[in-house]
Design a protein. Structure first.
Length: 503
């Protein structure tokens, strides 16, 4: 495996093409009163707890800046650190595989499972395996994957899709979860108790008993990783339930699918994120379970360990000077919990396993902007900036959103599959482009701008309250700003002109 791999990523998955554009999906979601109630309660609770946890650290701003710098340094030297990871994992008894895209990653994992002769795997919660559609790929090969994270289990049993990075079943309330357990658990293993109520303790106990038999029987485990420490090849998974540790220690074979951006250079660097991640995600001072493993060890844990390093559009994203900061993301979900758009539309409207503000900038870069959903995601934001304020690695999400909006509306040169290509402007943005060209012409000619401002002020009584044509959508949800009685230049000259003449 040579470092030139970073310049040759494969095609991104086309999952986004199956979903409608964000405005259409969100329109249906905001009419669901139950969904909005579930989201409002959950996000407000989580963000309030996070604020208190972060306030405990007097050096939070310094930790945030340290995290940003560590991630940026790693991304600048990613080829070097990837090679160090491969050397360290191999030296520790593991095997490293390189997956250029989703299809290759799925093929590698399926082949490894079939080599063991098993037809079942237990899984640790993993965004990377959701991104590539691993469960569906394994099912096509006759292999059944069992999710063991409680929220992921709810989603799987309900034949649903995750709607939140940290809490995939955030859109479900306790009554809905009880009904899912009662009707579906029996088809997947141990059934739920007949008299199961919506008590959190009873729901958790039903899930524990259901999963226990999976843990004790499984010979193959599949995981992702929150971090990979380059200097030793150590993988790190943080969680709150303990199911992940069962998957990581009991099976004979462990397969970990990890995005190439999850690397940190040293253990000292890891220390920063083990402070910022739990506070930003679960509002805890530290995660209840932090599991670390380095290769294989005789008579302790899996005897066979495989690390699948996943690109799947990440080096394309790395080539974008503005957009690459999305690769800093440590999947804490803090941006989702403060986003007014996510709170009202929910995660499914984003048509991606990465919902919310981070999904609005990450998915269009990993998958491209060719589909309706991916072209619409950069517009799924009010640009209020709350997401940037809470991000523990200082990703300027509004900056990237505007950058991607320009790409959608204007087209231009981007990197896809490791090659420079020129995108055509997306359909439906002709009026926007014309307005921007007109604004550029006017702002470049002070005399014309002054004349236009005076004309607008003198005809202000004739102005409509809403815009016609393509502008109708903009004024359908907001008031058109009133034009002042006189332009600022004229007001300044009238009120301060004499003072300037004296000077």
């Amino acid at each position: 495996m040579s470092a030139t791999y970073l310049g040759m990523p494969g095609p991104a998955p086309s999952a986004g093409t199956a979903f409608p554009a964000f405005p259409q999906a969100a329109r249906a979601a905001v009419r669901d009163a139950t969904l909005r109630g579930n989201l409002r309660h959950a996000t407000h609770t989580i963000r309030a707890k996070r604020a208190r946890a972060v306030a405990e650290l007097s050096d939070w701003a310094a930790l945030r800046e340290a995290g940003r710098r560590i991630k940026d340094h790693t991304l600048r030297h990613l080829d070097h650190y990837l090679m160090r990871v491969e050397e360290a994992v191999t030296a520790a008894g593991g095997t490293v595989h390189w997956a250029v895209d989703a299809d290759e990653a799925n093929r590698i994992v399926a082949d490894l499972v079939k080599r063991t002769g098993e037809r079942e795997v237990v899984k640790v919660k993993s965004m990377a395996t959701q991104e590539i559609g691993l469960n569906e790929a394994l099912e096509a090969e006759g292999i059944r994957a069992y999710e063991t994270d409680l929220a992921e289990l709810i989603v799987q049993l309900g034949e649903d899709r995750p709607s939140h990075i940290l809490v995939p079943a955030i859109h479900r309330n306790r009554g809905e979860i009880r009904d899912i357990f009662r009707s579906e658990m029996g088809a997947w293993g141990r059934p739920a108790p007949e008299q199961l109520t919506d008590s959190p303790a009873e729901l958790a106990e039903a899930a524990r008993l259901h999963l226990r038999e999976k843990f004790l029987r499984a010979k193959v485990g599949v995981s992702g990783a929150n971090f990979v420490v380059a200097e030793t090849g150590t993988l790190v998974v943080v969680e709150s339930e303990g199911n992940g540790r069962m998957c990581l220690t009991l099976p004979e074979t462990l397969i970990s699918v990890v995005g190439i951006e999850k690397i940190v250079p040293t253990w000292q660097d890891l220390e920063v994120f083990l402070q910022t991640l739990p506070r930003s995600s679960t509002a805890e001072r530290m995660n209840p379970y932090t599991s670390m493993w380095t290769g294989t060890t005789d008579q302790d844990g899996p005897r066979d360990f495989h690390l699948v390093l996943l690109d799947n559009g990440r080096t394309d994203t790395l080539a974008d000077r503005v957009g690459r900061q999305a690769l800093r993301c440590i999947r804490c979900s803090a941006c989702l919990n403060v986003c007014p758009v996510y709170e009202r539309a929910g995660g499914h409207a984003y048509g991606s396993v990465y919902p919310g503000p981070i999904g609005a900038i990450l998915s269009p870069q990993l998958r491209g902007t060719g589909s309706a959903i991916d072209a619409s995601l950069p517009y799924a934001s009010s640009l209020c900036g709350a997401c940037y304020e809470v991000c523990p690695v200082a990703i300027d999400i509004p900056e990237v959103l505007v950058h991607l909006r320009e790409r959608v509306a204007q087209g231009g040169e981007v990197t896809r599959d490791g090659n420079k290509v020129v995108l055509r402007p997306a359909k439906g943005h002709a009026a926007e482009r014309a307005a921007m060209r007109a604004a550029r012409w006017a702002f470049g000619r002070p005399g014309a701008l002054r004349g236009g401002q005076r004309l607008a002020s003198r005809t202000r009584r004739l102005h409509p309250r809403t815009l016609p044509g393509p502008g109708r959508a903009w004024t359908g949800a907001r008031d058109l700003p009133a034009v002042p009685a006189e332009p600022f230049r004229d007001w300044w000259q009238r009120t301060h002109g004499a003072e300037e003449d004296v000077k």
